[in-house]
Design a protein around this ligand. Structure first.
Ligand code: PA5
Length: 468
């Protein structure tokens, strides 16, 4: 299978003049070799040297591993079990509440916004193709947001025998100890038990934890005998876990073809492993980003997404880059914008502000729905008849070209990451693209991309303050 993601940095390279990235490319190739040596070390089970700990290289070959297992064991494989569980929820409940934060939240959110109807939760059941409404919580300790969802569940559902009232809970936490998710789980589990009855079958069938091999949520799941639980494997870190049950179970509940997601991701890994510089999107993108950061003093990495569907994907990427490489006083700063919306808020700065940004456009050619066109009007008071017949996709395309032209005229670097359409395969490609690039960059800059020691500081303080 070939990949569909295309990377074109022609415009950005014009800013380079006679700069030659040969040394950078050589060093990046060494980093790629190291990344795959990490995979071998990880697979060998041999002790991991201290300077490589934690070594969460499991995500690199994981998609292919799951696909092999699925081919061999079908419904008994992890993928098969996820599909079964998702189908059961689709048949039994009208809403699924997903609880999780950080890597246990952002990938699922990205899938939801990228692939579901923009007004999914407001659509009647038959327009949703049997997909439950999806609500997210556990990604904050916001009183109003939590109370609001609890209230919604109560107001909309008072009869467990009525399909429209029924809901299920999927708590997702690798460690099982994250306060935000744990508190939400306690609250929503209580609400669920109140709704169905604490001793009802639903109280165990409709709570489907996704969690690590060890930890409080795992213990609790075993003790409370939840009928279906899913593992998060050791060796795959939170923000690299979207293609484990962390993202795949929510995606399957949303009606996405998770086999296609995995196929897209596996193809991306193959291309990255063997592609030569110049014909290897992950590698080429990482080289360009690094060149601008290190040699042109442009540490802001702007992911300029064209379409509202990609905003949550951008936030997923923000976390991936920030938590993986923001260490040892290093690491580029990611920033997601959604255009054309943000041209009206941040565009000014990108055009004329500090020269500290590399702009990567994330472009989907076309849309998932039929063209919406600008109609001809009898009275042309808004003077829009000159555009009558043009589709919004054409307007978007003109905005992309016009914006990039304006940046080029100011010698502002832009590159394009393009996919022909947004579907499960291309989404899988994109997830793996950015995860591979981030890990590669970490090895290149001698920063362990795995682990997030800095996040502990706030947690410890928060717990101490709460306990005092
Ligand atoms: O990338 C990471 O590891 C983190 O962002 C975690 O995903 C986040 O802190 C949530 O952790 P957990 O899944 O253990 O609740």
């Amino acid at each position: 299978m070939t990949i569909s993601v295309k990377y074109d940095a022609t415009a950005a390279k014009k800013v380079w003049g006679d700069y030659d990235p040969a040394t950078l490319i050589e060093d990046m190739l060494a980093a790629r070799t190291e990344l795959f040596e990490d995979v071998d070390l990880f697979n060998s089970g041999d002790p991991v040297p201290t300077d490589k700990q934690p070594l969460d290289a499991g995500f690199i070959e994981w998609p292919q591993k799951l696909l092999f297992e699925y081919q061999a064991d079908q419904e008994n494989s992890l993928v098969g079990r996820i599909i079964d569980a998702a189908e059961m929820l689709q048949e039994e409940v009208d809403r699924v509440v997903l609880l999780g934060i950080g890597g246990s939240y952002m990938g699922a959110r990205a899938c939801f916004e990228a692939m579901c109807h923009p007004h999914h939760n407001e659509m009647p059941a038959d327009y949703r193709d049997g997909v439950p409404r999806i609500s997210f919580q556990g990604h904050n300790v916001d009183n109003d947001a939590t109370a609001g969802l609890l209230e919604l569940l109560e107001v909309l559902g008072d009869n467990p025998a009525v399909f429209d009232d029924r809901w299920a809970l999927v708590p997702i936490s690798k460690s099982g100890g994250t306060l935000e998710t744990a508190v939400a789980f306690r609250l929503f589990r209580e609400a669920l038990e109140e709704f169905y009855g604490a001793d009802s079958d639903e109280a165990t069938e409709f709570v489907m934890p996704v969690t690590g091999e060890k930890g409080k949520l795992r213990d609790l799941s075993d003790k409370d005998d939840y009928t279906v639980t899913f593992p998060i494997p050791d060796g795959i870190g939170g923000r690299f876990s979207v293609l484990t049950a962390v993202g795949l179970l929510p995606a399957a509940i949303m009606g996405l073809d998770i086999v296609k997601m995995l196929e897209g991701a596996a193809a991306m890994t193959r291309k990255f492993k063997s592609g030569q510089p110049g014909d290897n999107p992950v590698f080429d993108y990482t080289v360009v980003c690094k060149a601008f950061e290190d040699d042109y003093d442009m540490p802001i990495r702007l992911l300029s997404t064209w379409g509202l569907r990609l905003e949550a994907f951008g936030f997923w990427h923000d976390q991936l880059l920030s938590e993986s490489l923001g260490k040892q006083e290093k690491g580029a700063t990611p920033l997601t914008v959604v255009n054309t919306r943000d041209l009206h808020s941040r565009g000014q700065q990108h055009q004329e502000g500090q020269r500290d940004k590399l702009i990567t456009n994330l472009i989907i050619n076309g849309s998932q729905t039929d063209d919406v066109t600008i109609p001809e009007a009898d009275r042309d008071q808004d003077n829009l008849n000159r555009f009558a017949g043009k589709s919004l996709n054409e307007v978007m395309s003109a905005a992309i070209q016009g914006t990039n032209q304006a940046y080029a005229e100011e010698n502002r670097p832009t590159a394009d990451l393009t996919v022909p359409e947004l579907n499960e395969t291309t989404l899988g490609e994109l997830f793996q693209f950015f995860m591979l690039s981030t890990a590669l960059e970490g090895r290149y800059m001698d920063v362990n991309p795995y682990g997030q020691p800095g996040v502990e500081a706030y947690k410890q303080n928060m717990n101490r303050i709460l306990e005092s």
